[in-house]
Design a protein around this ligand. Structure first.
Ligand SMILES: C[S@@+](CC[C@H](N)C(=O)[O-])C[C@H]1O[C@@H](n2cnc3c(N)ncnc32)[C@H](O)[C@@H]1O
Length: 417
């Protein structure tokens, strides 16, 4: 049941808890209500800064809540109501798509009903092209290619929620091509250090920086003014994200695209060179970037960094593994990673302010019945950290992995105690 006045709904990605965590961090737990695979939000869809969300596939505006889930009644509702809204559309042929969540309706049935809706629309004098459903849900590429979020296009969503059905219209859809363009097209990549997917980088940055964002980020404005704790406005680029294990610079890249300044350090000169080339390429490609950039070679276990607002990093992940090693070898790999990360945590804790935030992706290894965690995860309090808990995502859900991966990334949400 919808408890608060949700005005929008976010359809979440493959690991919904990660999407929930980022929404909670940006908008506050009270404005987010999880439902199966999605989140209801009491933020206007048009005000959601969609481009910075790594864990949301679609943002839709809730049009109405229907107090039933019966398919025929839902189709009757569409038949009666879709024609009433056609005059809001620009002249010419319009494109219509329908995605159905949680209602267990075969695509064939959906296509059949859509044809009937098409007929009714035609009778009202409009020409329309319907996007056929191969599956009940149109994927983001279909929504994008058919321009269903553009003028003259509609993607309607029917989402079962208990005994109700939410009818919503998609306003934004994740642009896979834009992510691929800034991931695969970067001049310097290095499979050996394991490249962080840009979407995961966005989630990590949102967890770190959410508390600086004004309660509702405006989609239209570039959100330059932020509320600080003493409520003075401050420019966004005055906020600096530090990545002490910057590798090829994915976190630096995504933080710059969000408007922040960045500092990246890494122990390897090659990585510093890669990050530098990549960020120069990014700034050429996106001239609107305003943040300042510092990239420097340094050892994260001993370095003293200049001031920063928050830390976001994918730390040393240990050796990349194609298969699970024997127990003795795995123990050694875990211990090696644990040692470096522990010394880093001890070094940086003296440089953090109380309650300053640090979001780390650390390795966790997939074994038969779950994950082997870094031993230090159980000693964070002794080291001077508080591990933050989210309302809508449990700790053990904040582990990013792909089916065939041995080394997963566990997300630690930390603050200095
Ligand atoms: C998993 S990679 C980070 C990858 C990065 N997020 C990216 O997408 O390219 C870890 C990085 O930590 C660096 N590293 C390892 N030990 C370090 C240390 N003691 N201080 C700083 N950097 C270190 C490695 O050179 C490597 O680039």
């Amino acid at each position: 049941m919808v408890k608060f006045e949700a005005t929008s709904i976010c359809i979440l990605g493959r690991q919904p808890a990660l999407g929930l965590a980022e929404l909670e961090s940006l908008y506050g737990a009270k404005r987010v209500e999880p439902i199966e695979g999605a989140a209801l939000l009491d933020v206007e869809a048009a005000d959601i800064n969609f481009k910075r969300l790594g864990g949301t596939l679609k943002v839709a505006k809730i049009l109405t809540l229907l107090p039933y889930t019966d398919w025929n009644s839902l189709i009757d509702h569409l038949k009666q109501n879709v024609p009433k809204h056609l005059n809001h559309l620009s002249k010419g042929k319009f494109r219509l798509g329908l995605s159905v969540y949680g209602l267990n309706v075969p695509p064939k049935q959906i296509n059949y009903n859509l044809l009937a809706i098409k007929k009714i629309i035609r009778q009202s004098g409009r020409s329309v092209r319907v996007v056929p459903n191969k599956t009940a849900i149109l994927n983001t590429a279909q929504v994008l290619h058919n321009k269903l979020t553009h003028l003259g296009g509609w993607e309607l969503l029917l989402i079962k929620n208990g005994q109700q059905t939410i009818l919503a219209q998609t306003l934004f859809v994740q642009n896979i091509e834009a992510y691929a363009a800034r991931d695969q097209a970067r001049p310097k990549r290095d499979a050996r250090v394991g490249m962080l997917p840009p979407k995961l980088a966005q989630i990590l940055i949102n967890l770190a920086m959410g508390k600086f964002e004004s309660s509702v980020a405006s989609h239209q404005s570039s959100v330059k003014k932020l509320a600080t704790s003493d409520s003075r406005p401050m420019t966004k680029r005055a906020l600096r994200v530090l990545d002490p294990f910057c590798g090829t610079g994915v976190i630096l890249q995504e933080a710059l695209l969000m408007g922040y300044s960045v500092m990246g350090t890494d122990i390897e000169q090659r990585m510093i060179d890669y990050s530098t080339v990549n960020i120069k390429w990014l700034i050429d490609k996106y001239p609107q970037i305003e943040g300042f950039v510092v990239i420097e070679k340094s050892d994260a276990t001993t370095y003293k960094w200049p001031p920063f607002s928050a830390v976001t990093s994918e730390v040393f992940l240990g050796r990349p593994l194609a298969s699970l090693p024997d127990e003795a070898n795995l123990k050694k790999i875990i211990n090696d990673a644990n040692t470096i990360i522990k010394i880093f945590l001890k070094n940086i804790v003296t440089q953090l302010q109380p309650r300053q935030r640090m979001i780390l992706a650390v390795p966790a290894w997939r074994v038969k019945n779950g994950f082997k965690h870094l031993p230090l995860v159980d000693h964070l309090t002794e080291m001077g950290y508080t591990r933050l808990d989210l309302v809508h995502a449990k700790r053990d859900e904040l582990i990013y992995f792909r089916e065939n991966q041995i080394v997963a990334r566990e997300i630690l949400t930390l603050e200095k105690a």
